[in-house]
Design a protein around this ligand. Structure first.
Ligand code: G6P
Length: 611
């Protein structure tokens, strides 16, 4: 999704803006641009479709410098990814704007502005904002801050904005509603960005703007106004992330790095949250005990990979903790007038904490008045954590690869902690909790061991390079694991992949099975094993090529058309975390063979901050 960087300083800000854009590349985008006010206070702009590297090339051919500037990576929504649609958008060579989010009333604004004779140079909703600021407000005598404040009052939808003007060259104005925006605090300089990662080389001190805030930055001063226009103070927070937390290091791709970071990320997610073989309830927030006491059922809401984590957790909630649990895709939940019973815990799961549908679904759920909310999230200062009663942070560290890996397994780890604390009140005995905690504490080491399969999976992946379709099968918690495996493969290798509960095979997908269709099965050693084996026989009888990731003790043997990869033998409860790892490695290696852009797959974004 789109990214914003901005800076006001004594030094030349162009290199800061470019480095910030590079650091936001992981979010997914299809054009990039920047605008600065030069020493004569003229607006200078450069924009390019494609990668930030293209913009850099253009800038080394004709450099622009300035001490105030804004920059943007655009993920096309309104209008194609062309130069004229790329941000910043400029009105009358005077005001420049970068914008994340979607302005829902842009059609109305555009009609009104056309009627007044304004001309448009792009198809974007953003251009209506810059016309509104300049033509409708500055031209009528307002200064830049007042013009932005007046403009945002008339915007419906989501926005994070960076605005500069040649008439007010010592200022950078920023505003947010529904899209994330942080202010970076330097010494005699300020920065803005849609994500702290963009600014880590220049500061570790951040202010997180709240919904409806507008901020006025000069080199020496910062004023923030809330949605009512009242000047407010917002706390400065120190980020614990270091600039190299987002460096690639020895790895070829971020996804690969993140797959291998999982043992550490899982251990960090558990750290300090278990004492004397019990999960500490306060890890979820100071109101946790009071809220958990009332909970009778759980509703999980999420998107993408996080939704798959929710599906696995729903098996755990019902089978381990005896708590009714339902899981929904956020974009469905938010529009279907759901019925939520009193004493439901609404659990949102999100790596980024900024997914528009998940945020909107949470708002819907809260509006019903009956519920308590808990966010499982990887970003401490995200919109989702701010909106939730309770929070359990996954401690995966920044996840850059668009396809989530360590985000997913740390979500599962965190969700299992939640199952245990809630389950305590619904029949999980101290003895059973101790047993499960013991298994959880072994997960990091087991993941380390499973990562040793890397080379054998790389070799296996060679058989997938020419495939167009793949089918993933699992039963029980392994069904959502199979769904996640299929999602990973389709996201980054562009192979069409589907997941089915193995028992459903006969009800349709069997018709697709032939020697060209690889079938990947996930087979832990549990009570469903024999049933899964029968399902796999059905595949073999139809000439399908089977690839089985099986518990070493499940009794599978490689033979003609059946390739078996032994996975560490483990307890059934934690099996979903462990079995996800080889599937991640498989899709990674297949994507490398196919030569796709592994970390930034086409058409996808890391954080989907628009609907
Ligand atoms: C996008 C990402 C996925 C992610 C999903 C939900 O589709 O590409 O990797 O699972 O959004 O994101 P969230 O940040 O809410 O977990």
């Amino acid at each position: 999704m789109c990214g914003i960087v901005g800076a006001i300083a004594e030094r030349d800000v162009t290199p800061i803006l470019l480095e910030g854009l590079r650091r936001l590349e992981y979010r997914g985008y299809d054009s990039a641009g920047l605008a600065v006010l030069d020493s004569k206070h003229h607006l200078q702009r450069a924009r390019k479709p494609g990668k930030v590297a293209m913009l850099e090339q253009a800038l080394s051919a004709s450099p622009i410098h300035g001490t105030v500037g804004i920059a943007h990576t655009r993920w096309a929504t309104h209008g194609e990814p062309t130069e004229s649609n790329a941000h910043p958008h400029i009105c009358n060579q005077t005001v420049a704007v970068v914008h994340n989010g979607i302005i829902e009333n842009h059609d109305t604004l555009r009609e009104q502005q056309r009627a007044k004779g304004y001309t448009f140079t792009s198809d974007t909703d953003t251009e209506t904002i810059v016309h509104e600021i300049y033509e409708n407000h500055i031209n009528k005598g307002l200064d830049l801050l007042a013009a932005v404040q007046a403009t945002v009052k008339g915007l419906h939808g989501a926005y994070a904005l960076g605005v500069i003007s040649k008439q007010d060259p010592q200022r950078l104005i920023t505003a947010r509603m529904g899209s994330p925006l942080v202010i970076g605090v330097g010494i005699g300089e300020y920065f803005i960005a849609s994500d702290v990662a963009a600014l880590l080389p220049v500061t570790r001190r951040f202010i997180f703007l709240e919904e409806g805030d507008v901020a006025d930055l000069t080199r020496q001063s910062l004023r923030i106004f809330d949605r009512t226009g009242k000047q407010v103070e917002r706390e400065i927070k120190e980020s614990e992330l270091s600039a190299d937390a987002v460096e690639l290091g020895q790895y070829r791709h971020y996804m690969q790095k993140e797959i291998f970071e999982q043992p550490r990320a899982i251990a960090d997610t558990l750290e300090g949250r278990i004492v004397n073989d019990q999960v500490i309830e306060q890890s979820f927030g100071h109101q946790a005990s009071e809220i958990f006491e009332q909970i009778k059922e759980v509703r999980i809401i999420a998107c993408g990979t996080s939704y798959h984590a929710g599906l696995i957790a729903s098996y755990w909630f019902e089978s381990l903790a005896d708590i009714p649990c339902r899981v929904e895709v956020a974009s469905e939940f938010r529009y279907r007038q759901p019925h939520l019973r009193k004493n439901t815990l609404v659990v949102t799961i999100s790596q980024s904490g900024e997914t528009a549908d998940t945020l909107a679904a949470l708002k819907e759920a809260k509006a019903s008045g009956n519920v308590h909310s808990l966010a499982v999230c990887n970003v401490a200062e995200s919109s989702l954590t701010r909106e939730s009663d309770l929070i359990l942070l996954t401690r995966a560290g920044p996840e850059i690869g668009v396809a989530s890996t360590k985000g997913f397994t740390t979500q599962l780890t965190a969700l299992l902690l939640l199952v245990l604390v809630l389950g305590r009140r619904h029949g999980i005995s101290a003895k059973r909790e101790k047993e499960l905690v013991h298994h959880l504490e072994q997960v990091a080491a087991k993941v380390e061991k499973v990562l040793e399969m890397d080379e054998s999976i790389r070799l296996l992946s060679e058989q997938f390079g020419d495939k167009e379709h793949a089918l993933f099968l699992g039963r029980g918690t392994m069904y959502p694991v199979a769904m996640e495996g299929a999602l990973k493969l389709k996201e980054i290798s562009y192979i069409h992949a589907e997941a089915y509960p193995a028992g459903e095979l006969k009800h349709g997908p069997l018709a697709l099975v032939d020697s060209e269709m690889p079938i990947i099965a996930v087979a832990p050693n549990n009570e469903l094993l024999e049933k899964l084996k029968s399902n796999l026989q059905e595949v073999r009888a139809r000439g399908g090529k089977l690839f089985v990731f099986a518990d070493g003790e499940a009794g599978f043997k490689s033979e003609v058309d059946v390739t078996v990869l032994d996975v560490e033998s483990i307890n059934d409860v934690i099996a979903p975390i462990i079995f996800s790892i080889p599937l991640q490695l498989l899709s990674y290696h297949v994507a490398v063979i196919k030569g796709t852009d592994v970390d930034k797959p086409r058409n996808l974004a890391k954080a989907v901050t628009v609907e």
